[in-house]
Each structure stands twice: as C-alpha cells, then as structure tokens.
Design a protein around this ligand. Structure first.
Ligand SMILES: *[C@@H]1O[C@H](CO)[C@@H](O)[C@H](O)[C@H]1NC(C)=O
Length: 217
C-alpha cells in the first residue's frame, strides 16, 4: 500500500515537473495588433503562472480606459470569457479574456469593436454605482433602470474589491451584465492591471416588458 502510494507520488512528480511557461508579454494602449517582440520580449512566468491575452474598454478608472495586453497570469485570477457590464452613471466595463497553458499560446490579440457600436437588446435592469476607497462605508443608491447592450442578458447585483496599481477600492454596482460576468461569482478576476477580489455577482433574468415603448426611437 505504502509502496503504491509512493510510486503514485513519484509518477505525479514525473508527470508534473515544475516547468516554466513562456508567454507573450506586451501592453498596447492604442494600437491593437503590433506587439514588437524586441521592445516587448516574451516572458517566462513565475511558477504556476499561465498565459493570458485580453482587451479592455472601461470608464471605471479615469486613468486606465483602454488596453490590449498579453501577459502571465495567476490561474486563480484568469477566466476566459466575454465580460460586459452597463451600470448607473454611464459606467461600463467591457473586456475579453483568453487564458491558456502552453508555450506562447497567447500570441493572438483579441479585439473589441467601439463601444458605440453596441446596440440595446431591449432588456432593462435596475442600476446603481458606487466605488470608494476601502473601509469607507457606502451603499449603492438605485438610480432607475439602464438599457442592456448586445449580449448583456442578465441583471446583476455586484460587489468586490478592485485593486489597481497599489490602490484598493470597494466596488458596488447593479446593472446589466453578460453571463460570463455572472459566472465570476465567488472568484477573483484579473484583466490588464485591474484585479477584482472576492467577487459577489448575483444575477437574474430581466423582466421582458413587451409593452415597453421606446419614445426616443
Ligand atoms: C426595471 O427593470 C426591472 C428588471 O428587468 C423590471 O422588472 C422593471 O419593470 C423595470 N422598471 C421600469 C420602470 O422599467
């Protein structure tokens, strides 16, 4: 029994050597495609790191609104998907992430069309928005409904910490969200320089109001 256990361990050790993974590593604030390998050499990730490729557009942080990136990522923070949120006060978060675990598997850049091109999908959700420094008590005052865009098919009730460049915030919002956003419930999530810690995302189906009349249309 003991011997068997030992050999299982040995086999496991042989099958999963501590290999280091090399990933494409670059940040492109404007240009979406060209990643100059001379200026942005590939990086060997720290142990357990995996590769990610992503693109983001958001107005949650004034100083960090658009980026295309490829980098090493902690697998506990990397979740492939299409993430979209529309909250109150015109706040939105839109990001695509691809996570992978083989050599240079994140070479392919991801793209997002301009935010203005996203069309309302006819759904509406209650909305609020509040982001403050941590340990400041705050709540999220409902500010009426917002129109959901494109593949935002869920209403979301969201809270997490947001970490950006040594700053830590408390983020709470309600609004419209994509299903991948809802799937972050109970997880951590990192995209570009932003990390969301202890995500609570409770989602539900919007009420489909057939008698909704769009006066602006
Ligand atoms: C706001 O959205 C919710 C969820 O979709 C819906 O139940 C409610 O009727 C909407 N309220 C208004 C005023 O449109």
């Amino acid at each position: 029994m003991m011997k068997e256990h030992l050999s299982t361990c040995l086999l496991f050790a042989l099958l999963s050597p501590v290999t280091s993974l090399t990933c494409s590593n670059c940040r492109l604030p404007r240009d979406y495609d060209a990643c100059d390998v001379v200026k942005n050499p590939h990086r060997v990730c720290r142990s357990y790191g995996i590769c990610s490729s992503g693109v983001l557009q958001s107005n949650i942080l004034q100083c960090y609104q658009k980026e295309t990136y490829r980098q090493c990522e902690d697998p506990n923070f990397c979740h492939s998907g299409d993430y979209s949120v529309t909250a109150a006060e015109g706040k939105f978060l839109w990001t695509k992430v691809f996570c992978c675990r083989t050599e240079l598997c994140n070479l392919e850049p991801l793209h997002l069309p301009p935010r203005e091109d996203l069309l309302p999908n006819g759904l509406h959700c209650p909305a609020c928005y509040s982001m403050v420094g941590t340990r400041t008590p705050h709540n999220c005052q409902n500010q009426g409904n917002v129109s959901c865009l494109a593949y935002e098919t869920k209403c979301i009730d969201y809270s997490s910490m947001l970490v950006f460049d040594h700053d830590i915030f408390d983020l709470i919002f309600q609004g419209c969200a994509s299903e991948d956003m809802c799937a972050l419930d109970g997880k951590h999530f990192s995209f570009g320089y932003i990390a969301l810690i202890n995500v609570k995302a409770k989602c539900y189906d919007p009420e489909k109001s057939s008698r909704q009349i769009d006066l602006k249309g």
